[in-house]
Design a protein around this ligand. Structure first.
Ligand SMILES: [Mg+2]
Length: 212
């Protein structure tokens, strides 16, 4: 397990970087990480329940206006073909991940999507050209990351970010209204867009020898 907190950009100097070996193990969330999921979610909420849920008002991770069973129905609908296959990757996301793969990093795609959404998700990843080594749709995200020896998790969920920190996985995320607070925490790497996030992660992922 990595030493964590305080020096996230140095911690990976301990990681295996032998030439030709897998370098870092990177886990990537999908919704609100690889594409702008909120628009899909709020579209279904409006359509089904007539409730307006503007993105900028989603300041906490609870989805206060909806009952849990309503949330479940909406999430299931957003993981149907209509939405999964039409999702537009965030600008710079695909290019960044392609570069990471070219640089020898190992990519695990991980989503709290039901198992039934697996095939569609795989199809979408293929269609948008997002290279990856592994895809996992389930609700045991962090424990699966631990089993896989993940070094870095890119995920917008404050719960996942916190749990990643707790087990020594470096968390990075796009900043959203609901994760503003945890983005301020020590050891969390965050940015408003993929090109900026990629730049912030560069010292962690590049070939340059660590100065630690
Ligand atoms: Mg997400």
């Amino acid at each position: 397990m990595h030493e964590m907190l305080g020096a996230p950009l140095r911690v990976l100097s301990h990681t295996d970087r032998r030439a030709g070996a897998i370098r870092l193990r990177i886990a990537l969330d999908i919704d609100s990480t690889l594409h702008h999921y909120w628009d899909q979610f709020s579209t279904v909420v409006e359509r089904r329940f007539g409730i307006d849920m503007p993105y900028e008002n989603q300041r906490d991770w609870g989805i206060g206006n909806l009952r849990p069973e309503q949330v479940a129905v909406v999430v299931a609908e957003t993981h149907s073909a209509e939405f999964v296959l039409t999702a537009e990757p965030y600008p710079g996301a695909i290019e960044t991940v392609k570069r990471w793969v070219d640089d020898g990093h190992w990519i695990h795609i991980t989503s709290h999507r039901a198992d039934e959404a697996y095939d569609l998700t795989a199809q979408w990843l293929n269609e948008v050209g997002l290279p990856h080594d592994d895809l996992h749709c389930s609700f045991d995200k962090i424990s699966r990351c631990v089993e896989l020896g993940i070094d870095l998790l890119v995920d917008d969920s404050p719960v996942n970010i916190e749990n990643a920190l707790a087990v020594g996985i470096i968390p990075a995320t796009l900043s959203h209204p609901w994760n503003e607070e945890i983005c301020e925490a020590e050891g969390v790497i965050s940015a408003a867009d993929w090109p900026t996030l990629a730049g912030l992660l560069e010292p962690l992922l590049s070939d340059r020898p660590s100065d630690s």
